[in-house]
Design a protein around this ligand. Structure first.
Ligand SMILES: [Zn+2]
Length: 279
């Protein structure tokens, strides 16, 4: 499933090809993905010029000169495929296709169709039902230890579950929560109410670091953000604890007390952590 850094990389790749361009043609191949496409979507897109991009949590907003924003979610398996127009037949499971007047095609391909596309007025993006309840963006200045402390104060749920709650902070998924808690030396089992203060002071920069490094890795692994097959945004990442059950964690090589990375299940999802360094 694409996580925030992949979504950011996809957005940058789309921006590199689409920003400032006019859409000569838009076509949808079926009436719906996760939800029905909005009425008149293809007509609203055709002829519009792309004026900007924004990421909010794991949503991409593509802004058009007519005052619409296209709200895109990649779902579980969605990807954007770029190719010169006419160079290849549409990929299987391509549900939305955009063609620019300068000769590029963007296909939104999603076999499982958990992805979605909607339209929202650019002036009212944050009021859209999918965005209205989201907490602060983790990479923006408003996400501070004080803000995180206030969001976690008094909450008895484990800190891991609290960080996955999109109202606490927007766009964090299972992998990055595990990695950020490891960086911050905080046990995923710890009650959220114990985080405010010094631990929040470690956790905020840890969250920023794991996301920033992953975005940098995504950008550097792609030439112009486009892989040779034209696909945007997926990349291999070297996790420090995620998926490393039983391995020595990166922070305690040879340490006598380290029994290796442990996997537990919290809220039906795997948590990876080092019981020695994460307290
Ligand atoms: Zn360890």
């Amino acid at each position: 499933m694409p996580e925030l850094p992949e979504v950011e990389t996809v957005m940058r790749g789309l921006s590199a090809r689409l920003l400032g361009r006019r859409l000569r043609r838009a076509a949808i191949a079926r009436p719906d993905m996760r939800w029905a496409f909005p009425a008149g979507l293809a007509a609203r897109l055709t002829g519009a010029r792309v004026t900007g991009f924004r990421r909010r949590a794991k949503y991409i907003l593509m802004r058009l000169d007519g005052g619409d924003s296209v709200l895109i979610h990649l779902g579980m398996s969605g990807r954007m495929v770029l190719a010169p127009t006419g160079s290849a037949p549409p990929a299987a499971h391509e549900h939305l296709r955009l063609e620019t007047e300068d000769g590029w095609t963007v296909g939104f391909v999603d076999p499982r169709r958990f992805g979605s596309v909607d339209l929202v007025a650019t002036a009212a993006e944050d009021a859209h039902r999918l965005l209205a309840g989201l907490g602060p963006e983790p990479l923006e200045a408003g996400f501070t230890p004080a803000v995180l402390s206030a969001a976690l104060a008094g909450r008895r749920t484990p800190v891991k579950a609290a960080l996955l709650d999109q109202r606490t902070v927007a766009g964090l998924g299972n992998i990055y929560v595990c990695e950020a808690l490891f960086r911050a030396g905080i046990s995923p089992l710890r009650g959220a109410h114990t985080i405010p203060g010094a631990r929040a002071g470690r956790l905020v920069p840890a969250i920023r670091a794991v996301l920033t490094e992953a975005i940098a890795a995504g950008g550097s692994s792609l030439r112009d953000y486009v892989q040779p097959d034209g696909e945007l945004g997926y990349f291999q990442q070297a996790w420090r604890v995620y998926g490393r059950e039983g391995e020595r964690c990166a922070d305690c090589p040879g340490a006598p007390g380290c029994a290796g990375v442990r996997r537990i299940v919290q809220s039906a999802r795997s948590t990876f952590y080092c019981p020695r360094t994460q307290r």
